[in-house]
Unconditional design. Structure first.
Length: 71
């Protein structure tokens, strides 16, 4: 069993939070809001957190706006 590295875990969580903030700001600049955008709590609950970004649910209109921005 690999030893837990709390420093690595803290860095991963901090990087995930920063990325989430940047993503939210970029989406906002494009006029898009994803109401459920967050870090997945299950990934944070692990002994050695491995955060995932939960994009969540959105309306069809919002999904279409995402498609337009990504094209």
């Amino acid at each position: 069993m690999a030893a837990r590295n709390p420093v690595h875990s803290a860095v991963c969580v901090r990087e995930a939070e920063e990325t989430l903030t940047e993503l939210r700001a970029a989406l906002e600049k494009a006029g898009i809001t994803l109401p459920s955008l967050r870090l997945d709590p299950a990934g944070l609950a692990r002994e050695a957190p491995c955060p995932l970004v939960e994009l969540g649910r959105c309306s069809v209109e919002t999904a279409a706006r995402l498609v337009a921005v990504l094209r």
